[in-house]
Every structure is written in C-alpha cells, then in structure tokens.
Design a protein around this ligand. Structure first.
Ligand SMILES: [Zn+2]
Length: 184
C-alpha cells in the first residue's frame, strides 16, 4: 500500500495506516490531530459528440498519450454536476456544445482508482475548433476512426459501443471495467 502522503496536511503529524472502529477498510489516520484521510477513486467525465452519423474526437496536445485521439473528457471538478463537467471538458478541448446529453458508458479502472462516466450528446452544429489541450479536432465516420491512434481503452470502448448499438432504442447504458486482453 502506497502512503498518499507522509505527513498530515492539516497539522504535519505523521500518518498511520490503520483500522478504525466501525469501518471495514484500513484508513490513513493522523497520529496527532486524529484526522482520517479518506482516499477514494477519481471520476473522469466526458461526452462523445455526435453529428450526422459522425463522432467528434480531439487529438491530445498533452501527456499522457500526447498526439493520440480521444473522446473529450477529464477530471470532474468540485461544485459541478457530472453532465456540466462533461460539457466543460468538451468546451475546453474542442469549443463545441451538445444537447440531449445522455449516459452511455460507466467504465471502472480499479488498477488506477478511476471511474469514467461517458455520455453521448448531439452536436448543436458543425461548429468546433481546437481547444487549448488539443492539437486537432475532427468528425469521424465509423470507417474513418483511427483505431491504432486512439489514446485510451475507455475511449475505444466508448466509440465501439456507440457505433455498434446506435440504432438501439431506448439507448443502452454499458457498465464495464478495464480488461487488458478484452476483445472490444
Ligand atoms: Zn493531523
């Protein structure tokens, strides 16, 4: 178990990883001020924008996976809803807006303590441009998706599930987890 920090951020006391009453998990507890520092998964939120049978992807200008294509997504911020977070990320990466935002994929990556919540949304029009975290932003048909240049497995699963099930009504929500050898 990796210690999240050596000293308590509140009082600089040393941290102990221990059992506390009425809890099933071990926790990081300050030996001095007794604060319990809970460590929980991070939520990544994003939206796959759809426009006339095509999807909008952004090529990453930042690491990890700089230069590869991704569904506009990023860490959810405090004080926003998960849908607003997805819209914010889309605006930051592609200066685009969607309507009719709906759940599509909940994807757990236990190995790195992250949960991806990815939505589908209808692009308001073919209006988008390169955001600060992107090198390029482009609409792709299913045949045009550059599969060998997709940034993350979550992105590949998101796109594949969309194209395979797009005619299904009502929209199916997929709940999956990362598997390195999984056939998508
Ligand atoms: Zn403390």
């Amino acid at each position: 178990m990796i210690q999240p920090f050596k000293y308590c951020p509140y009082c600089s006391g040393s941290i102990e990883y221990k059992h506390i009453p009425d809890d099933t998990q071990l926790r990081h507890v300050c030996t001095q001020c007794k604060s319990i520092h809970y460590l929980n998964p991070k939520i990544v939120t994003g939206v796959l924008p759809i426009y006339k049978e095509k999807v909008l992807l952004a090529r990453r200008a930042i690491d990890p996976c700089k230069g590869l294509w991704n569904v506009p997504a990023g860490y959810m911020e405090n004080g926003e809803t998960i849908e607003d977070g997805a819209q914010r990320e889309l605006w930051e990466e592609a200066f685009a807006k969607v309507e009719n935002i709906r759940p599509h994929l909940i994807y757990s990556i236990e190995q790195i303590n992250q949960v991806y919540v990815l939505f589908l949304g209808d692009l308001l029009g073919p209006e988008f441009s390169i955001g600060i975290e992107s090198l390029e932003v482009k609409l792709f048909s299913e045949a045009e998706i550059p599969w060998s240049e997709i940034a993350f497995t979550s992105t590949a699963v998101c796109i594949k599930r969309y194209f395979k099930h797009r005619s299904t009504a009502p929209t199916k929500v997929f709940v999956e987890k990362y598997q390195s050898d999984k056939k998508l």
